[in-house]
Design a binder for this molecule. Sequence first.
Ligand code: PLP
Length: 394
Amino acid sequence: MDKYLTSTVKSIPPSGIRKFFDLVMQTEGVISLGVGEPDFVTPWHVREACFYSLERGYTMYTSNQGLLELREEIAAYEKRKIGVEYSPAHEVLVTIGVSEAVDLALRALIEPGDEVLVPEPCYVAYAPGAALVHGKAIPLETFDSDQYRLRPDILEKNITPRSKVLILAYPNNPTGGIMRHEDLQALVDIIIRHDLIVISDEIYSELTYEGQHVSIASFPGMKDRTLVMNGFSKAFAMTGWRVGFACGHPDLIAAMNKIHQYTIMCAPIMSQKAAVEALRHGEGEMRKMVENYNFRRKLILSGLREIGLDCFEPRGAFYCFPSIKGTGMSSEDFCELLLREEQVAVVPGNAFGSSGEGFIRCCYAASVPNIEQAIERMGSFLRRHSSALSNTGG
Ligand code: PLP
């Protein structure tokens, strides 16, 4: 079969997260701080809205762009949250999660050889998405010492005549870094001067624990060159419903909708109905979940530091990204050994780009007892591999 597959698809590595989780599935009694998924079930009122919509016979296709009532709620939500106004008729597209929105945007924007600038470490889908349309992802390294913010000098240094798109994904998976108003301000002039389009993946925007989430789309001159993406998976605990959205320039939204209509048709109507309910009445439940994540964020951060791991304080999302450099092990060796010896699953940092080597991602969307138990087991692991501790200073 191999000879039939395109060289493009063969050139894409399987997701480092999935590869690692095949191992997890084969191990018993594992505590997983692995997959980046809320441990909450979707709030009851949202599930109920879905049941009710089915009872009333909503089982058909919707408009390709998504239900108008949902697009209206999305536009109202974005105005409330980031202060940017979008027309529900022309500037909003409902997608199968942010995943589809990223794919559509890259397909609509990238010509072969175009460059997509991607701050790293980052979510696993961007570089393969660029490769699938024969574009080239250019990593922009971000550092622990900068709190994983994208530095303007690093952006500028990597821009070439082929640079077309900059992906900003803050709060960030896997680091938990955020970009404050002044950090984004420092990028705006460069973005405009070099005529870049920004894909702003804001899926963790509600999970911001320090100050308010700020979108680059809200800066003067940026609305039309920014495609804001968000969805229901994380903040509303709706990963399995597969619904998200993109907001941006009407021409770009129309181009994306053209691809979407031939490949997907529309997001499932029951998920769209549930999403309407989440936006109309979901703020209270969502805030409770966010408070809960914040509690666990502090718990895991102090736990990791106590066992001797150097860890940046995450300001958003639901991940900690401690350094394991002092152990002398590679990220993959560390994770495999930890899984085998202590049955704790975390993700090797290099799954998020080569600059993630020397780090591990721990997702704290897990129960408090599981987080405590995982920390205890990681502590014994580090003590056993004691050369590790002598180097971490812990
Ligand atoms: N963007 C980021 C940064 C993510 O971490 C994830 C999932 O982990 C996604 C997008 C995918 O989101 P969705 O479930 O909306 O497709």
